[in-house]
Every structure is written in C-alpha cells, then in structure tokens.
Design a protein around this ligand. Sequence first.
Ligand SMILES: [Zn+2]
Length: 266
Amino acid sequence: MSNASRHMATFLSVREVTGPGFAALVHPEWAIAFPWLIQGTTTRVSGNDHPFDLGLFAKGSEPRSARGRWQTLRRYVGADSVVHAQQVHGADVRVCDASSPAECVDGPHLVAACDGHATGTPGVVVAVTVADCVPVFLVDPGRRAVAAVHAGWRGVAAGILERGMQVLHASFGSRPEDLHVHLGPAICGACYEVGPEVFEALDQSVPAGPTPIDLRRVLGERAALTGVRPATITVSEHCTSCTDSELFSHRAGDGGRQAGYIGVRR
Ligand SMILES: [Zn+2]
C-alpha cells in the first residue's frame, strides 16, 4: 500500500433525508466544515413506486420523468440551476460561471458532452451521474470553487481527475494543496472485477486474469501524486454493490443513475 492510500481517511457518508421523495448521501465533515457548500450523492429513495433515477441518457426512466426528478433535486438542494451533460468517459471538464442561462432554473442545464464541471457561482450546482463509476468532488474552501467529475476507469486513465484540478487552477487559481477531494459512493475494490487491460490502462501491475480493482484507491493516489494533501482526501464507505446504500449499479443490471452534485449556496 502506498503512502497516499494509507493516509486516506475513510468517512461514512450519512444518509440525510432532506424531504419526502429525496434522499442523499452527504460528506459529514464537509457539511460541518463548509456550511456554504451544497454536496451529496442522490439515492434510489423516492417516496413512491419509481426509483429516483436521474439518467437522461441511460436505459432507465423516460427522460421526461427523469427531468422531473432533476427539478426535485434542484428544489431540495436550494439551487438556481443544476448543470449536467451527457458523459462520454472522456476527460473534458467545463466551467459554469455567472453566465449560466437563467432559463435553466427549472431543469438540468445541459451543456455539451463532457465528464466534469466546475463552478464558483453561488446558486449553480454541477452534477455528474453514476452507477458504479466514481463521483469525484473537489472543493477549494478558500476560493469557494468546486468541481464534480465522473470517473470510470476510462476517465481515470484519460486523466479526468487531473483535468478537473487544472480547470480549477486555470479558472479560480486553486492549487492542488488548496483542494479537498472526496471519492464518493461507487463500486468498491472488492466488487469491481476487471480484466488485465484495465490495470494496464491505469498503470497498475497487470494480473494474469480478471482481478478486482479499487478505482477510488487509484484516484486517491493520483490526487496525492498531483499535490493534494493526503489528509484532505476522503473516501465514501458506500458501495453500489455490497453495502445497503440504495444505489444504482450498472453491473447489477440497473438502468438508473444517481447524481453526485456540488455547488456553493447563494
Ligand atoms: Zn462492494
């Protein structure tokens, strides 16, 4: 085990039911340390017969019903707009600033396809959708700049985490040592078995056959290598497969998606 992963603290994201029909897993320490921050990952809990599926591009709900749930998310977190995009397992991260169109307040503000978003505008929440992949949350508390990136193994290999950090630096001046990084609810290192080609793509020692990999460990190590202080890197204990967390899992055959969201309160 490397220094980076040994020092990574693990936090249990608590379920905070913020209203009927909406439940999210939030970072308990951030909720206390950064009261100006909006952050969480939605769960399947919806309070009715339909799970809280936010997938607009997956094989779950009708897009129209999913759009209604994005409105529910926006309302419960107190955002003016929620910014999202179709994700392509790439490494593009877009900045959403004060020019985010006001007409998007009633639904997800869809921007061009990308796998991450950054913002420093109060009231603007940025979101990625996941179902096994890692929602990565980046916070620069001093500058109140935040980002969320969608990190599956292809995105990690393409450098999505490092790109998110670069965009925060270019747009807000955030340095790696200023950042707090949370690796949110995702499939865990015991449940995520992948082929040798994935280990190879991620610069890990390559096993002979299918072997489990801990994508959040890999991400934490990459964050630390890039200069994030290990003490500010945290990992959710929730797994989309083996913990009782009410999360969608693509590998389990779910067509639905939860959203990892982050923003600055107005
Ligand atoms: Zn697991």
